[in-house]
Design a protein around this ligand. Sequence first.
Ligand SMILES: Cc1cc2nc3c(=O)[nH]c(=O)nc-3n(C[C@H](O)[C@H](O)[C@H](O)COP(=O)(O)OP(=O)(O)OC[C@H]3O[C@@H](n4cnc5c(N)ncnc54)[C@H](O)[C@@H]3O)c2cc1C
Length: 428
Amino acid sequence: MSAIAIDTRPWYQTALPQAPPRPMLQGSVTADVCVVGAGIAGCSAALHLAERGYRVVQLESEQVGWGASGRSGAQAIFGLAAGQQKLESLLGAADARAIWDVSLEGLSLLRELCARHHIDCDYVPGQLHVAIKPRQQRELAQWHEELQQRYDYRSVSLLSRDQLAAQVASTRYRSGLYDSNSGHLQPLAYVRGLATAAQQQGVQLFERSRALDWSRTSAGLCVRTAQGSVQCRQLLLAGNAWLGDTAPALARRIMGVGTYIVATEVLGEQRARELLPGNAAVTDINWVLDYFRRSSDHRLLFGGRVSYSGLDPFNTAEATRRRMVQVFPQLADVRISHAWGGYVDITMNRAPDFGRLEPDVYYLQGFSGHGIALTGIAGKLVAEAMAGSSERFDVFTRIPHREFPGGTLLRRPALVLAMLWYRLRDLL
Ligand SMILES: Cc1cc2nc3c(=O)[nH]c(=O)nc-3n(C[C@H](O)[C@H](O)[C@H](O)COP(=O)(O)OP(=O)(O)OC[C@H]3O[C@@H](n4cnc5c(N)ncnc54)[C@H](O)[C@@H]3O)c2cc1C
């Protein structure tokens, strides 16, 4: 097989026309709200605030969708990474139920935003969680029961090994939990569409404009960038794993965990269809999980293998390809065209971390690898809260969070050890 260079840009980026650059902030501007970050969370918040009549200035360090939103596995899934049982134990049944309802609204909001703003992002319904071990088969059955009985969630069905074969051409899995209400999409097209819709509503969006810090003034807040500043009354921090020094108190509550995706060369419609005949997105339920789906141009996008060390100790493209071939041995001859990575912002308890650092400084973070649908509704909730109706936002603020132990020096080694333990558990 002749060697061809692997493109290290996310396939999403190469599949779209190049986005015209937006201006960099220069000089001083005023706004009601300054939004930091132009991923799905920031763009949804900016859009919903502008729809309420707020003057919004949005700052992005790089370009729209540069962060997790434009690199994602892009499976829009019900619920939260932490799971409902964990939420019930943290908050009680009523608040856990309220959060569940918000998560479902997140799925319908995503579809509604695409329809309302004519965002063409290849949304495909259908998502599967799959079991590799007998223990996981039991877990899926219990989950199915919990979703149906306790949450009256009827769009899920439990698939036996034979039924699963009609969805995934792999012998690796024993059973599956299929949800017709979840799905997958082109995430960069989605976030770009949200940004355009927000600008059409009057949002001023600046790229290559990192928010460095903020200070209090007699009129409210002043957010500083390298070449300008935003005078505003309220501030939203939606910078995810890249916020860093802009808000160290937030950065200590999340850990950026590296995860990697490869895109195969174009397989052709028939071969791609044979792999995943129902075109559902798939994720296994290991702690260190594999996730995959078809692209609109008939490739396989396959992700997996987290790096908790924050280093890059292995050849990510080759390691991910090998995992792909474990699932689909029929792809052994297929070339990898793209390989990229991104950081998932996990919290200690895997529940999202929303709140206020000061009464007028809001934040959204900690989606823990489960943010495609939840970021959109989170942006809507923060807009509601800034406008004075904070009941739904405040349910999330009641979720208790802790900082990662060990400060900046010891937190990663501690997490690497924890990961080794979970990796061992996956093997049982
Ligand atoms: C490889 C990968 C696979 C994933 N797969 C899935 C999946 O299948 N399903 C799912 O639900 N979730 C998945 N996720 C998670 C999901 O993509 C994220 O939860 C979601 O996109 C987060 O959106 P966000 O807007 O919060 O952050 P981001 O999209 O990361 O956006 C934050 C933005 O803020 C900017 N920024 C940061 N600091 C500043 C600053 N100081 N000033 C200005 N700008 C700043 C950054 O440049 C960035 O563009 C995945 C994530 C990754 C990385």
